[in-house]
Design a protein around this ligand. Sequence first.
Ligand SMILES: Cc1cc2nc3c(=O)[nH]c(=O)nc-3n(C[C@H](O)[C@H](O)[C@H](O)COP(=O)(O)OP(=O)(O)OC[C@H]3O[C@@H](n4cnc5c(N)ncnc54)[C@H](O)[C@@H]3O)c2cc1C
Length: 290
Amino acid sequence: MKLPPFGYEAPKTTSEAVELLAEYLDQASVLAGGKSLVPLLALRLARPAVLIDINGIRELSGVSVTDGQAVIGAMTREYAAEESHAVADTVPLLAAALPLIGHEAIRSRGTIGGSLAHADPAAELPAVARALDAEFVVRGQSGERVIPAAEWFEGYLTTSRRPDELLVQVRFPTAQPGTGVSFQEVARRQGDFAIVGLAVSLSLSDGAISDARLAFAGMSDVPVRATEAEDLLAGERPSAELFDEAARRATEGIDPPADLHGSSEYRKKVGAATVRRGLRAAADNAQERQ
Ligand SMILES: Cc1cc2nc3c(=O)[nH]c(=O)nc-3n(C[C@H](O)[C@H](O)[C@H](O)COP(=O)(O)OP(=O)(O)OC[C@H]3O[C@@H](n4cnc5c(N)ncnc54)[C@H](O)[C@@H]3O)c2cc1C
């Protein structure tokens, strides 16, 4: 399908990109991997006057680990993060989710920042970011702001980034010893967007759960934390009965959307099953990592 006409800018530095964003504001779209933006252009669901292509900005790519955080540049390709030992060692939940995004060809172009700026509620990375309380660093002409994940996702494909700001990096807390993870998802075919996805991180200390984090994808217009289930789990010892009750609490207050792929009721049932499976898998993983 032919794309609509647009102007094109290719800054070489973050400062140049920020200047361009300040000039064009909501007339511009940032082009990262293009895996979500180009289909939106083709379908005329986005009609920016100008594309600001940030693929030439080297300083926006890479992974570094410092002060208990893994700092991932916005232009780091999903596939590069998947192959990164630093990510596998320090943010195992992210490492578990990355291979579930589309297919290798998609991940070789798609970027960490692009997925999180796009904020598709069915996508894997927003659920991971929400579960781990990641931080989003955006830069505008007046400087940088750090936005917690709880404030980043505002609605369907909508974030709290202002039109004059560029997402420059995402910071994930590094996993503590004794933390097990699991990313569960149910999709029609391998590589499809999840009908329901669940990011789970469970930390064990002396056999009891010291920290539980669960975030759903596909259950609302934003990724959703299952806080009632998290509260129930804290301080308890893992058991099938506990995980059944957590599954009930995680889904009882949620009213998921219905679409071609499943009714609201179906999503709730699948959501409960992913909680049971995800908690079992994360508990096993935590025991292995102790
Ligand atoms: C066939 C197919 C299957 C897919 N399956 C999945 C899947 O299973 N799970 C999944 O999560 N995703 C899936 N995707 C989407 C893929 O992961 C995309 O790579 C990702 O959603 C967007 O990343 P991108 O780098 O391509 O961003 P782009 O498409 O370039 O940009 C997406 C949006 O984010 C904005 N943006 C990008 N970078 C920045 C930045 N640094 N600062 C501010 N705004 C920015 C853009 O302006 C645009 O609005 C699929 C895509 C395709 C084509």
